[in-house]
Design a protein around this ligand. Structure first.
Ligand code: DAH
Length: 349
């Protein structure tokens, strides 16, 4: 009898103690520790089942049932307390880490078109309005297309103007200008009339400075047909300058030499800085060169498959970076390909 009283009494005292401790707990770690102490395998309540033999046989079921009841109650109380602690932690974190969902979101960083791409597209659209279509030709060229077929034979002194990067394969190089595309387009279309722009990157072995870079874009212009004259060339290029820089732009043509045209020339526009008076930007000339041009040389026409007695044509080579420099008053061509976002960002409209 005394054994029975003892075990039941122990259980009652245990439950009281456990309950008291439980209600004081306010964090998950303490809760788990409590669970191990009072409901774990070696906890006093569980031990009661092992100690049943201490009690008289007839009392054992009752004690067992009572121990079970206590165990279930403790479990229920534990679950209740755990839920309460969890809830408390949740509302505390909601209070502390309040999110203001009405704030505008952060803008992801957006890229923009490179200034050269923008100016190229502008050039394309101006010439598209005049009926020119884009014709792509390779950046890695053969000696034949880059020089020979353009009337620049080996050992011709003009080759000095176009030193470049050669590949390890004999006669294969990075093109020095877009002019080789002229012959490619002619051979493709011969003997149909042609109006194309040939855009793309060119390379030169160059001592770089504010106006020279070893890679740059060019846009080649080519028109072939019957009765095409120098007046067509002049009219087209003057119109281009007006569309690019505004109706009041002043242009001039100067004779110049390029082996693939005859006659050849260069077009200047009036210096934007000094309005033609002469300053350091235009080397005191008052004019800035933006392109080379001329009537396609009979040798080149023939190399392209056009009979020079029947067909004629004009060609020009524009420097888009230079054109952009004049438009935006950029004073160093090396900025284009230096990949400095502080420069590029200014044009990422
Ligand atoms: N290809 C020449 C260069 O890079 C530029 C040029 C001059 C192109 C006269 C032409 C032209 O089409 O007619 O220096």
């Amino acid at each position: 009898m005394s054994e029975k009283t003892n075990l039941i009494g122990e259980l009652e005292a245990l439950q009281k103690k456990a309950k008291k401790e439980l209600t004081a707990l306010d964090n998950p770690a303490a809760l788990q520790a409590w669970k191990r102490t009072y409901l774990g395998r070696s906890s006093p309540v569980m031990q009661i089942f092992k100690r049943l033999p201490e009690a008289p046989k007839e009392e054992r079921p009752k004690i067992g049932q009572f121990a079970n009841k206590i165990k279930n109650e403790l479990e229920a109380q534990f679950n209740k307390q755990e839920a309460a602690v969890h809830q408390q932690a949740l509302s505390a974190s909601l209070q502390q880490e309040k999110l203001d969902v009405t704030l505008p979101g952060r803008q992801p960083a957006r890229g923009g078109l490179h200034i050269a791409t923008q100016i190229l597209r502008e050039i394309y659209s101006i010439f598209a309005e005049m009926g020119f279509q884009i014709y792509r030709s390779p950046e890695v060229e053969s000696d034949a297309y880059n020089f020979e077929l353009l009337n620049i034979p080996a050992h011709h002194p003009a080759r000095d103007l176009w030193d470049t990067f050669f590949t390890t394969e004999e006669g294969i190089m990075l093109r020095t200008h877009t002019s080789p595309g002229q012959v490619r387009a002619m051979r493709d279309f011969a003997t149909e009339p042609i109006r194309v722009v040939l855009p793309g990157m060119c390379y030169r072995y160059e001592q770089t400075d504010a106006s020279h870079e070893f890679q740059f874009n060019q846009v080649e212009l080519l028109a072939i047909g019957k009765n095409i004259t120098f007046a067509d060339l002049k009219g087209t290029l003057e119109d281009f300058a007006k569309r690019m820089y505004g109706q009041n732009v002043r242009t001039r043509f100067r004779p110049s030499y390029f082996p693939f045209v005859e006659p050849g020339g260069e077009m200047d526009i009036e210096c934007f800085v000094c309005s033609g008076k002469g300053c350091s930007v235009c080397s005191r000339k008052g004019w800035l060169e933006i392109l080379g041009c001329g009537m396609v040389h009979p040798v080149v026409l023939r190399n392209g498959g056009y009979d020079p007695d029947v067909y004629s044509g004009f060609a020009a080579g524009l420097g888009p970076e230079r054109i952009a420099m004049l438009r935006y008053h950029i004073d160093d061509i090396r900025d284009f390909w230096a990949n400095d976002v502080r420069f590029l960002e200014q044009f990422s409209g």
